[in-house]
Write a protein that binds this ligand. Structure first.
Ligand code: ASP
Ligand code: MG
Length: 410
């Protein structure tokens, strides 16, 4: 007998039919002799709708009351899920986060789980019940309802799987699994059978919205066996695990494109100590999240600094730069939001060379100009013109042979 945690995202419980189908999934695993804990998100867009409702009341809702409000979405879906399981002839019981003792800190709307009392869940499982737990929510030390940040049902599922020492944590969603690229951008993209936590983390931080990044970190730390699989068919999806040696053969596992960054360009500042510190102190004080930074020395002792920020923070960044433009003696400041970030991710980069060359060569062949480059241990990112992003992704995907079946891990 195995213990399985199955998480159903909002799209997998969007209406009555889908809830019934999800309940079938749970029942199937239960009938095979497993103990099953189902973690359920709010139905469809419920959470968005609840946030929108609050916004209609006031533009500055109390975060405590927001949590009180949005947590009701999951309270609805767990009850419906338990009923759907009953209708299939099995015993099920639903619990809110507070009821199963998911204790968090008091940071409303982005709380972190501190501890979970698994006693109650275990007792119900041992009585032969399927336990249905509300995702995304907990309770703080003062009994206030809290939520774990958007997409937080993943965190609930992974944390429960870790603490219950589950044999598997399955994340049911509306995609087939993890792909080598977004199939809407690169039609040749292929589903990966296996990927490491680190690669998935990089892909998640680069906008592949399969799972909440925080919960992937947690799964890695506690070595939770994870599987992302579709709710709409029987595909095995993608298994996420610690890296094994043969994965390193996979020089590159995925290509991503994000369009949510913008570029700030500061030209003609004196090339002397302290100016970069001054600029980025101002960014920090304005709560602007800086990603890539390039400084190049121009002529006559003058330097240029270019950096990227989230598009949503571009106005704040430009305001901050203009404020200190005189002080840092900058000749010109400008912004460019028509940029995209193209990245390749793969743990094989640690042990193979020539990856950057291959990526840059593919872009050169397409006559795509690279504006900025940054690298980390398992990732290379380039800033390019937004209009060329799709073509660039296809070219790079092809250069690494990602469309070919039979690669290790695919
Ligand atoms: N319902 C919450 C949200 O939409 C949590 C989740 O779906 O994981 O963010
Ligand atoms: Mg949701």
């Amino acid at each position: 007998m195995e213990l399985i945690v199955q998480k159903f995202g909002g799209s997998s419980v969007a209406d009555a039919e889908k809830i019934k189908a999800a309940a079938q999934r749970v029942a199937q695993s239960f009938r095979k002799g497993n103990q099953v804990v189902a973690v359920v998100s709010a139905c469809g867009q419920t959470t968005d709708e609840l946030f929108a409702l609050a916004e209609e009341i006031t533009d500055r809702p109390s975060t405590r009351e927001l949590d009180m409000l949005v947590s009701t979405g999951e309270q609805m879906s767990i009850a419906l899920m338990a009923m759907a399981i009953h209708a299939l002839g099995h015993d099920a019981i639903s619990f809110t986060g507070a009821q199963v003792g998911i204790v968090t800190d008091s940071q409303h709307t982005k709380a972190r789980i501190l501890k979970i009392n698994t006693k109650k869940i275990k007792e119900e499982l041992d009585r032969g019940k399927i336990v249905v737990v509300a995702g995304y929510q907990g309770v703080d030390a003062y009994n206030n309802i809290t939520t774990l940040g958007r997409g937080g049902s993943d965190a609930t599922a992974v944390a429960l799987a870790a603490l219950l020492k589950a044999d598997l944590c399955e994340i049911f969603t509306d995609v087939d699994g993890i792909y080598t690229a977004d199939p809407r951008i690169v039609p040749e993209a292929r589903k990966l059978d296996r990927i490491s936590y680190d690669e998935l983390l990089e892909l998640a931080s680069l906008g592949a919205k399969v799972m909440q990044a925080r919960s992937i970190e947690f799964a890695k730390r506690y070595n939770v066996p994870l599987r992302v699989r579709p709710c709409f068919n029987n595909s095995e999806g993608t298994t996420i695990c610690q890296e094994v040696r043969e994965m390193e053969e996979n020089v590159v596992s995925g290509v991503t494109v994000t369009k949510d960054e913008a570029k700030v360009i500061i030209r003609g500042i004196p090339d002397r100590p302290g100016l970069a510190a001054r600029i980025f102190r101002e960014m920090a004080q304005s709560n602007v999240n800086v990603d890539m930074i390039i400084q190049n020395i121009g002529t006559h002792g003058q330097a240029n600094i270019t950096f990227t920020v989230p598009k949503a923070e571009l106005d704040a960044a430009m305001e901050a730069v203009r404020k200190i433009q005189g002080e840092i003696c900058a000749q010109e400041v400008s912004a460019d939001s028509n940029v995209a970030k193209l990245s390749v991710v793969g743990i094989g980069m640690r042990s193979h060379c020539g990856i950057a060359e291959k990526m840059f060569h593919a872009l050169a062949e397409e006559e795509i100009n690279i504006q900025m480059i940054s690298t980390s241990e398992i990732k290379i990112s380039c800033i390019i013109d937004e209009a060329q992003a799709g073509r660039a992704a296809k070219a790079v995907h092809k250069a690494f042979g990602l469309e070919r079946p039979g690669r290790p891990g695919s």
